[in-house]
Ligand binder design. Structure first.
Ligand SMILES: Cc1ncc(C[n+]2csc(CCOP(=O)(O)OP(=O)(O)O)c2C)c(N)n1
Ligand SMILES: [Mg+2]
Length: 319
């Protein structure tokens, strides 16, 4: 599979943008500038990036409580995201949703979701809508390993299978659901084996290898676009931070963390791009500087934006 240099660089930029955004979220959250809870994606950037690099602007995604990476990979704007995290009126949800409800319907982001597994049937629904409207749009539904143990997984994937819906389910197996290791919650080694129960193809890939994710999801997206139905893809990865910011992470061992740090998807892809002559060291450093500048601007935008007015509290919300 030949991937043009422009595409490779676009993917690298997306991964660095996600990491830089979140490194800044860590600082601002610790400084008390961001209310509520944040669940960081650091370490898993190759999954969202490799998956979304196969999508068109009019395709859809559903996200999870760990959604910053999905949003950025689908083209979400970091200034509006940061403003939302700050609870400001200029944010994606006018400051009323925060990290776990980020959405941008204009570019097919049907929303992050704090209810584990809730995006799975929503992805099936969006795919049904594309099928009924006769478009060739595709949906990617992101979910965690833990979400594969919910009833919504069974209902959503089963419906997608029997109706042959244009959806790709991408499992981000980061080995934990909160503090529970996957081995305590599921007997399988590869979660893609669950696809057999629904009669659809399943595949497991190295989720820290952006090109492996890109290729596997690319094949699944092509199948879905041709009307050949859903695919279940498991990406094995690791979250570097806690389940949420503030999690003491007593359930992880030092050795485990060190092992996964060696497999960090960003330095790994950087090395690959430099070795193959796609980027020079200077180019890669320039991308890092540009992302720092972008995120600096996003923070300034968030800080200088107003909070929603008290009299707007009941607008745009369900009661
Ligand atoms: C329906 C529901 N049950 C429980 C929770 C509490 N909860 C939040 S995240 C989470 C773990 C999810 O694990 P996984 O799907 O592997 O996603 P990860 O956090 O690892 O990305 C749980 C149990 C919830 N938000 N919603
Ligand atoms: Mg998990």
């Amino acid at each position: 599979m030949a991937i043009g240099n422009e595409k490779l660089i676009e993917m690298y930029r997306a991964m660095v943008r996600i990491r830089t955004f979140e490194e800044r979220v860590v600082k601002e959250f610790a400084a008390g500038k961001i209310p509520g809870a944040v669940h960081l994606y650091a370490g898993e950037e190759a999954v969202a990036t490799g998956a979304c690099a196969n999508l068109r602007p009019d395709d859809y995604i559903t996200s999870t409580h760990r959604g910053h990476g999905h949003l950025i990979a689908k083209g979400g704007k970091t200034d509006r995201m940061m403003a939302e995290l700050y609870g400001k009126k200029t944010g994606y949800n006018k400051g009323k949703g925060g990290s776990m409800h980020l959405a941008d319907m204009e570019i097919g982001i049907l929303g992050a979701n704090a209810i584990v597994g809730a995006g799975i049937p929503i992805a099936a629904g969006a795919a049904l809508s594309a099928q009924m409207r006769g478009t060739d749009q595709v949906v990617i539904g992101f979910l965690g390993d833990g979400a594969t143990n919910t009833s919504r997984f069974h209902e959503g994937v089963n419906l997608a299978a029997i109706w042959n819906l244009p959806v790709v389910y991408v499992i981000e197996n980061n080995m934990y659901a909160e503090a529970t290791p996957l081995s305590a919650a599921c007997k399988l080694t590869n979660l893609s084996d669950r696809a057999k129960a629904y009669g659809i193809p399943g595949k497991t890939v190295d989720g820290n290898d952006v090109l492996a994710v890109y290729k596997a999801v690319g094949e699944a997206v092509a199948r879905a676009r041709k009307g050949q139905g859903p695919t279940l893809i498991e990406c094995k990865t690791y979250r570097y931070r806690g389940h949420f910011e503030g999690d003491p992470q007593t359930y992880k061992t030092k050795e485990e963390v060190e092992e996964w740090m060696k497999k960090d998807p960003i330095p790994r892809f950087r090395k690959q791009l430099i070795e193959t002559g796609v980027l020079t060291e200077e180019d890669a450093d320039k991308i890092a500087r540009e992302m720092n500048e972008e995120i600096e601007k996003a923070v300034k935008f968030a800080e200088e934006s107003p909070y929603p007015a008290p009299e707007e509290a009941l607008e745009d919300v369900y009661a």
